[in-house]
Ligand binder design. Structure first.
Ligand code: DAH
Length: 346
C-alpha cells in the first residue's frame, strides 16, 4: 500500500463531477462497490502488519468517509436540479410570452388602398425600373432638351456624359412609356413606385418618395373621362361627399394639363389650418396624354387618345393622417410606425 495511491484517490473523489443519477451510481461502484478501488484498499489493509495498520488505518477511514459524503452531496445536488426543472416546465400558471407582430408601413397601407381602388375600376398594376435612362424619364415624355428637370440639381445621374445617361427616375411617368412600348391599346394601368430627387431633406421635401402613376389609352378617351375617374377615386379615398376641382397647369407630357384639388375632408370645405383656410387640398397632377408622347412610343395619336395622372403617396398619407413631416415616413422610428399598427396579442 502506498501513500501516493491514497492521495490520488482523495483527489479523484474531491474532483468528482456527475451530471446524471447514473453517473453517481457508476462513481459509487467504482470507489465503494464490492470490487471498488477503496474496497480493494481495505482488503489489502487486512494483510498489513501492526505498524502498517497504524500507518494507514486513519487515512483509509477518512478516504471512505469522504467518498460516501461526496456521493451523497452529488445526489442531493443533481436531484435538486432535476426537481427544479420539472417544477418549472409544469408551472401552468406562468403567463404566456407576448408576441409583438410587425405592422405595415403607412406608405404601404396607402399604396395598397390606391391600388385597390383603381383595380376596382379595371386598372392593372405595371412596374418599371428605378434605375432608368434619360429617354424613358424625359425624352419620350416630351421634355425639351434644356428642361430644368434634366439638370444635375434635380436628378441623380448615375452615368453622365452619355447621349442617354442612366439616372434614378424622378417620377413614375417613365413606367407610362415602358407600358406603351409593350402594350397595344386599350391600356389601363397604374404604376406605383419609388422615385428619387436631388432635394435637401426637410419636413416638406425628401430625396426619396413614392408615386402612383395612372394611364388610360383607348379610342375616344376624353377629358370628361379623366374628370370622372379622378372624382370616383377621390370619393373612394376621401369620402363619398368629396368634391374635386381642376386648375389649369403645365406638364410636358400632357396637353391640356391640370392639377386637382379635393375638398378638405377635415373641415368639409369650410376652411381650416390643414387646407390653410381654402377648403381645398391639392392631390395630383393630370392631363390628356400629349400626341407626341403617344407617337414616341409607337401609338397612333390619330386613332387613340388617353389620359394620365400622377400622385405622391406620402402626400395622400399626409392628408389622410395629418402627419405633415415627410421625414417621419423614412426614419423608421418605432414610436411612429406603431401608430399604424394593428398588432394583436396572442
Ligand atoms: N410626373 C409628375 C410629377 O412627378 C406627376 C404627373 C403629372 C404625372 C401629370 C402625370 C400627369 O401622369 O399627367 O410631378
Amino acid at each position: 500500500m502506498k501513500q501516493e495511491d491514497i492521495e490520488k484517490l482523495v483527489a479523484a473523489i474531491r474532483d468528482l463531477q456527475c451530471k446524471t443519477a447514473k453517473d453517481i451510481e457508476d462513481a459509487r461502484v467504482r470507489f465503494l462497490g464490492k470490487k471498488g478501488e477503496i474496497t480493494a484498499l481495505f482488503d489489502e489493509f487486512r494483510t498489513l502488519d501492526k505498524d502498517g495498520k497504524r500507518e494507514f488505518g486513519r487515512v483509509l477511514n477518512d478516504l471512505k468517509q469522504a467518498a460516501i459524503a461526496k456521493i451523497e452531496e452529488l445526489k442531493s445536488n443533481t436531484l435538486d436540479i432535476a426537481a427544479a426543472s420539472v417544477a418549472q416546465s409544469e408551472d401552468l400558471t406562468m403567463p404566456g410570452d407576448r408576441m409583438e407582430l410587425g405592422s405595415r408601413h403607412p406608405v404601404s397601407i396607402v399604396r395598397q388602398e390606391i391600388v385597390d381602388i383603381f383595380r376596382k375600376f379595371g386598372y392593372d398594376v405595371a412596374e418599371g425600373p428605378e434605375l432608368e435612362d434619360d429617354y424613358h424619364v424625359f425624352e419620350a415624355l416630351n421634355f425639351p432638351p434644356n428642361h430644368p428637370a434634366r439638370d444635375m440639381q434635380d436628378t441623380f445621374f448615375v452615368s453622365a456624359g452619355h447621349p442617354n445617361p442612366l439616372l434614378l427616375r424622378t417620377h413614375t411617368s417613365s413606367v407610362q412609356v415602358r407600358t406603351m412600348e409593350k402594350m397595344t391599346p386599350p391600356i389601363r394601368v397604374i404604376c406605383p413606385g419609388r422615385v428619387f430627387r436631388n432635394e435637401a431633406i426637410s419636413a416638406r421635401a425628401h430625396c426619396i418618395f413614392h408615386q402612383v402613376e395612372g394611364l388610360y389609352i383607348d379610342e375616344g378617351v376624353t377629358f370628361a373621362d379623366l374628370k370622372q375617374a379622378i372624382l370616383l377615386f377621390a370619393r373612394e379615398m376621401f369620402g363619398a361627399d368629396s368634391q374635386i376641382r381642376m386648375r389649369p397647369s403645365y406638364f410636358p407630357f400632357t396637353e391640356p394639363s391640370a392639377e386637382v384639388d379635393v375638398s378638405c375632408n377635415i373641415c368639409k370645405g369650410k376652411g381650416c389650418n390643414i387646407c390653410k383656410g381654402t377648403g381645398w387640398l391639392e392631390i395630383l397632377g393630370c392631363g390628356m396624354v400629349d400626341p407626341n408622347v403617344l407617337e414616341a412610343s409607337g401609338i397612333d395619336s390619330k386613332k387613340y387618345s388617353g389620359f394620365a395622372f400622377g400622385m405622391g403617396i406620402e402626400r395622400i398619407a399626409m392628408l389622410k393622417w395629418q402627419v405633415n413631416d415627410l421625414r417621419h415616413y423614412f426614419e423608421n422610428d418605432l414610436r411612429f410606425l406603431r401608430e399604424f399598427s394593428t398588432a394583436v396579442e396572442v
